[in-house]
Write a protein that binds this ligand. Structure first.
Ligand code: BTN
Length: 257
């Protein structure tokens, strides 16, 4: 281990082990680079990330002690992890934020929004060196919302402090709650898939929206038609055909377009 970290063993439903770092380039990258050290249920936390990663190789900014950056190491018995895992992580994040006083909604595949602005992001990465292992990285803007220029169709990010004010939850308190919520959702994922989907639909930020889905094969426009039982986005295309998508980047089309 090149970076200085502390391994805390606390017990609980997880492995009980937390790898806590003052600073890391990226908790996800560290977890993927130290596969052999980790076991199922280990949690990697950094008070600061210097090269945080987002989906589609985007940067995830997170200056010291101002945000929560955490990765969960999960080993599944099947080589293909549950397809609803990213959705479950988003839902755990949503309910954590709701308890912190920030009512949030979900944007497929796993963004968490407050006032239509991104407050948290999730990056699930499969570890190619260990069958069935997924690293679930969660970043929550507590005090700092990134100042990276926003792409068209996206609103600037928002932080918990902007929603709940000066006395907002600390990254530590948010982390404790998130770990509890993740525990509930991961268990539910294995037992009660339909409940997860019903819960997702209750807080679905894309409901009734016109979208552009950016995929490897190009952009597809259409009307959002929900999430299927495998966690895929359903798009009602202009031709009337319903297509199901495993991945892609969603932009909401303005009403006048
Ligand atoms: C996204 O919205 O694009 C996903 C952002 C994920 C950020 C988290 S912070 C903890 C973990 N480590 C990383 O480098 N990324 C994830």
């Amino acid at each position: 281990m090149r970076e200085k970290g502390v391994l805390q063993e606390r017990g609980g439903l997880w492995s009980g082990r937390r790898w806590v770092f003052e600073s890391l380039p990226s908790t996800n990258r560290w977890a993927l680079g130290n596969s052999k050290l980790l076991r199922h249920g280990d949690i990697v936390v950094a008070r600061q990330q210097t090269a945080g990663r987002g989906r589609f190789d985007r940067i995830w900014q997170s200056p010291g002690d101002r945000n929560l950056t955490v990765s969960f190491c999960l080993d599944f018995s099947s080589p293909t992890p549950p397809t609803l895992l990213p959705a479950a992580a988003a839902m755990a994040t949503r309910s954590t934020l709701a308890k912190a006083g920030a009512p949030a909604r979900l944007k497929w595949p796993n963004d968490v929004l407050c006032n239509d602005r991104k407050i948290a992001g999730i990056l699930c990465e499969q570890d190619p060196s260990i069958s069935g292992r997924v690293i679930v990285g969660i970043g929550i803007n507590i005090i700092f919302a990134t100042d990276i220029p926003v792409q068209s169709g996206h609103l600037p990010a928002i932080s918990l402090q902007q929603i709940t004010g000066e006395n907002c939850w600390t990254p530590e308190k948010t982390q404790e709650k998130l770990i509890k919520e993740m525990e509930i959702l991961i268990q539910a994922l294995q037992q009660l898939q339909h409940k997860i989907l019903n819960e997702w639909r209750r807080y679905d930020a894309l409901d009734g929206k016109q979208l552009v889905l950016n995929t490897a094969a190009g952009d597809i426009s259409g009307e959002y038609a929900g999430v299927d039982e495998l966690g895929r986005l359903i798009l009602k295309e202009q031709s009337g055909k319903h297509s199901h998508h495993w991945s892609g980047d969603v932009s909401i089309r303005a009403k006048h377009q």
